[in-house]
Design a protein around this ligand. Structure first.
Ligand SMILES: [Ca+2]
Ligand SMILES: [Ca+2]
Length: 715
């Protein structure tokens, strides 16, 4: 008894649904009346039309009849109803046979008087284009917005029946179809929506411009965007069926910032109930694997992530969930109708969606970094640098509330790393290390543009631009630079050889790329001026690259200290952590050499073996100058310099190491020559504190050296 009642109830419900077959069909004019001035809307929605002018009843393409128009005055006025003002989706389909292609023919419009460009918000017109026979859809979204026409790629021909259609989803493509196949599509430039109370007219416009000339039949309006398959079925005489669930909420692929969710959907037209599948594995949900089926229900929503519901412990941040709704109607043979697999994702607790994107290139040097905060994050700690390991291992940064970070103007053509740790009040979630590379071009060059006191034997380097190759121009006359050579991407250096002293040179790098019509690109003019002295060491060339990496040049590997020999040498060159060269206390340029000394073992010194600048007789140089400064609290120890590990000269001031401002020490080279040094071929230079020949236990401190130079006699 009970079962029978349930069956009866279902049966009544199904009858109601089936009477409303194809819920998307808003109006349908079959033009089979054969006489009179009225044509019925067979969708059952009551949008009956009235013939104006003198359309003629003729034999139809579909069914018994159709309407013929003579191009002078006829149209069908359907009137206005709110249900004809589609706001999200629209499909218009028409069987059409035009007599000629001499002008525009308006198949279906909902448009006030006026022409394109006038201000008639919300109107549309579906027409054929003059001369070409292409399909066109014209639309103006709102007052003041552009009236935009979208045009099909293929066309109809005069004198033949064609099935034509336009299908639109707000914000997506405008898609055209001719005879059941795609006729091309266009990106939507305006925001779709039909918002006026004008009548829908078939075969003509309100202003009487260009009445239709030919035959129209079987005109349909849908408030849904028909798919290509559905249009093809319609062309073949099978009205589309909307059997599967649609319009998922959250939208397919959406981020959902909560640990619970209420998913909902639009039911298929024939659905009596719904099978719900939900899980965190696409394949499992797609196949309906065990554990993903959540039950059959009448409601079109489903809650998960609460105790007593699916996923009672809550949805997990950083997880993507998949779901599927199968529409069920046991009276239909092909039920259930399997739905698409949709997904939504719960954001991770870590920071994500970095801007610039991880791995981005050609990033502006003044970039502002931003990201999306992790799920529940309240504070963010940013680590930034040009070394992956340093950024990856960094700790103890200052948290901030903002989701942006401005690192200041960066170097060009350089890779930077950054990491954002998210704090959600309970714990800190360490972020991934992201990277980006700044735009390549002109600034990352050496010598810097306008630099002075440049060595007379520089190697010019620059950052690659957008070209595949480059041409180098160089000379002392800015007005007539000589082409010195060319190179491919990856060889961004040029050695001009021995240059004059105290002379300004100019250079330029033109980028070339045969694939580009506007190649080559002339580079900017750069200049530098050579020094009027020789540089022994200005400490600018040292970097922090790992030993063994190309270009690695750590200061403590060039200046050998007592680190490995502490029993006889109390010095340690370089800072304990990068940057190893001193970058705050400098005499000139960007770097100097820090040296800690501890004369408990009697002396502290560091030695540089000379590879270049070994001839200390060039241009009659006769003075070695060394800049140095100490720190407050230093122990007084005698400063000395030695050449070739043998000839020693000491500073006259026994308190030299106590000074806390930069001081220059000038030494006559003859003092070394007198001790047997061949000034034309110097092997090494040693800087130290203490008594080199008779070490005596002493104190400790820190001293800095910079700008070791050789000067000619003053003119
Ligand atoms: Ca017909
Ligand atoms: Ca320096």
């Amino acid at each position: 008894m009970c079962r029978k009642l349930v069956y009866l109830a279902s049966f009544v419900f199904v009858l109601v649904l089936v009477s409303n077959v194809s819920a998307g069909l808003v109006a349908h004019w079959e033009f089979d009346e054969g006489s009179g001035v009225a044509t019925v809307d067979s969708s059952g929605n009551g949008h009956d039309g009235t013939l104006q002018g003198d359309p003629q009843w003729v034999a139809g393409m579909v069914g018994s009849g159709a309407l013929s128009f003579d191009g002078s005055d006829g149209l069908v006025d359907v009137g206005h109803d709110e249900s004809l003002s589609m706001m999200d989706e629209l499909t218009i389909t028409v069987w059409v046979k035009v007599s000629d292609l001499g002008t525009y023919y308006f198949l279906v419009c909902k448009q006030p008087s006026g022409t394109a460009g006038d201000n008639y918000p919300g109107n549309y017109e579906f027409r054929t284009e003059a001369n070409t026979g292409a399909l066109q859809f014209g639309h103006q979204e709102a007052e003041g917005e552009q009236y935009t026409f979208y045009t099909s790629e293929t066309s109809i021909t005069a004198g033949q029946w064609h099935h034509v259609a336009v299908s639109i989803t707000k914000g997506e493509l405008v898609e055209f179809y001719i005879d059941g196949i795609s006729a091309g599509s266009s990106e939507q430039l305006t925001n779709f929506g039909v918002l006026n109370d004008e009548p829908v007219r078939i075969g003509g416009r309100k202003d009487g411009y260009s009445f239709f000339n030919g035959i129209l039949d079987d005109v349909r309006l849908y408030d849904r965007a028909l798919s290509a398959v559905q249009i093809q079925k319609l062309y073949n005489g099978n009205p589309p069926m909307f059997t599967i669930a649609e319009k998922p909420t959250p939208a397919d692929g959406a981020l959902h910032s909560n640990t619970w969710v209420s998913i909902s959907w639009g039911a298929g037209d024939y659905a009596v109930s719904h099978d719900v599948y939900l899980g965190d594995n696409y394949d499992d949900v797609n196949s309906g694997a065990e554990g993903t089926f959540r039950g059959n229900q009448a409601d079109t929503f489903f809650v998960a992530g609460f105790p007593g519901f699916a996923f009672p412990d809550g949805l997990v941040p950083g997880t993507t969930y998949y779901w599927r709704i199968d529409e069920v109607n046991d009276t239909e043979l092909d039920s259930p109708w399997k739905g698409d697999v949709w997904s939504f994702s719960i954001p991770p607790k870590t920071a994500y969606a970095p801007k610039p994107a991880n791995g981005a290139e050609s990033v502006d040097v003044d970039v502002q970094l931003s990201w999306t905060g992790g799920f529940g994050a309240k504070l963010h700690t940013v680590y930034f640098g040009d070394n992956f390991d340093d950024v990856s291992n960094a700790t103890g940064g200052l948290p901030q509330g903002a989701l942006t970070y401005t690192p200041g103007t960066l170097k060009m053509a350089k890779t930077y790393y950054w990491r954002v740790d998210e704090f959600d009040v309970v714990e800190t979630h360490k972020g991934d290390v992201w990277s980006f590379t700044t735009e390549g071009a002109v600034a990352a060059l050496n010598p810097a543009n306008g630099a002075v006191d440049v060595t007379q034997t520089p190697v010019l380097t620059w950052a690659p631009g957008s070209g595949a190759s480059h041409e180098i121009y160089f000379g002392a006359d800015a007005a007539s630079l000589e082409l010195k050579g060319s190179g491919n991407l990856g060889s961004e250096s040029y050695d001009p050889g021995q240059l004059e002293w105290d002379t300004t040179y100019y250079w330029r790098v033109d980028e070339a790329n045969n694939a580009s019509a506007d190649s080559p690109w002339t580079g900017p003019l750069w200049s530098f001026t050579t020094a009027n002295f020789l540089t022994v060491d200005d400490f600018e060339s040292y970097n922090d690259l790992n030993e063994g990496e190309p270009g690695s040049n750590r200061i403590y590997l060039a200046w050998i200290d007592g680190f490995d020999n502490p029993a006889v040498n109390g010095s340690v060159v370089g800072n304990a952590n990068p940057p190893f060269a001193e970058q705050t206390i400098v005499h000139s340029g960007l770097q100097s050499m820090p040296m800690a000394y501890d004369n408990a073992v009697g002396k502290s010194e560091a030695t540089l073996t000379l590879t270049s600048t070994r001839d200390w007789t060039v241009n009659s140089v006769n003075t070695l100058t060394i800049w140095f400064r100490g720190e407050a609290g230093n122990a007084a120890e005698t400063l000395y310099v030695a050449l070739n590990d043998s000839a020693v000269v000491t500073n006259d001031n026994p308190d030299a190491a106590l000074g806390t401002s930069w001081t220059v020490w000038n030494i006559d080279l003859m003092r070394f020559a007198d001790q047997g040094v061949n000034l034309a071929n110097v092997n090494s230079i040693t800087l130290g504190l203490g008594n080199r020949s008779n070490p005596v236990a002493g104190g400790a401190g820190m001293i800095y050296f910079d700008d070791i130079r050789l000067y000619p006699p003053a003119p």
